[in-house]
Design a protein around this ligand. Structure first.
Ligand code: PGA
Length: 251
């Protein structure tokens, strides 16, 4: 049995005091619950250091939303894996569709970031997913396969076991349109099969595959009841402690 992992991607929301308030509410609520899943929050860079202090000795783990693939250097505005480690991050979201679409990140760039993160002891939450046009034109499986094979190029079996995959259909992100449990389950099975082909059945069986894209308290339980949906990557609904807690409780 895979333990479910619920992660909150705050995106570009919450200044420092808003972050303190949300984390405090969340950790207080969690301290009163028997949660069965792992919980990760990914606040913006500016709140990470403070967040690390607030989640210490709680059930919440900390992740970042992006990083650069180089270790250091003249890369104005960028943040390295070592910097994220130094403030207490365990996870980093990589390959998010907003990074791909708005900031032009290619599969090759994402691969470099994944390898750097793993090399630095950070666990990637590697996002993949097709656009509506790709789904409707029948190339969804090809897109998912390309994202996986190129994104995970030269990643070792041991490293793969440190990696989470988040399947996030682009058409479901921030739109209020969720993939149906069946649609999500079908892709998750396909992803696990691809991972089995590259890394072996045992690695694929252990792999956490999260679903992301308009996960809300009212649809989380049904999505998470699917055999191959091992958690959720939550955007909008993680910005309020109550709604995030309700998703966590349904896992
Ligand atoms: P959403 O975002 O829950 O707001 O759709 C999910 C994500 O982008 O990770």
């Amino acid at each position: 049995m895979r333990k479910k992992v619920i992660a909150g991607n705050w995106k570009m929301h919450k200044d420092l005091s808003e972050s303190q308030s949300l984390i405090t509410k969340l950790t207080n609520a969690l301290s009163k619950e028997e949660v069965k899943c792992d919980v990760i929050i990914c606040p913006p860079f500016t709140s990470l250091s403070e967040a690390a202090g607030l989640v210490k000795n709680t059930k919440v783990k900390l992740g970042a939303q992006n990083m650069h693939f180089e270790g250091r250097g003249a890369f104005t505005g960028e943040v390295s894996a070592a910097m994220l480690k130094s403030v207490g991050c365990e996870y980093v979201i990589l390959g998010h569709s907003e990074r791909r679409a708005i900031f032009g990140e290619s599969d090759e760039t994402i691969n470099k970031k994944i390898k750097k993160a793993l090399d630095s002891g950070l666990r990637p939450i590697f996002c993949i997913g097709e656009t509506l046009q790709e789904r409707e034109s029948g190339i969804m499986n090809d897109v998912i396969k390309r994202q996986i094979t190129e994104g995970l190029h030269q990643v070792s079996k041991g490293e793969m076991e440190q990696t989470i995959i988040a399947y996030e259909p682009v058409w479901a992100i921030g739109t209020g349109v969720t993939a149906t449990p069946d649609q999500a389950q079908e892709v998750h099975v396909y992803v696990r099969k691809l991972i089995a082909e590259i890394f072996g059945d045992d690695t694929a069986e252990k792999l956490i595959i999260q679903y992301g894209g308009s996960v809300k308290p009212n649809n989380a339980a049904e999505l998470l009841s699917q055999n191959d949906i091992d958690g959720a990557l939550v955007g909008g609904a993680c910005l309020e402690a109550d709604s995030f807690m309700n998703i966590i409780k349904s896992a």
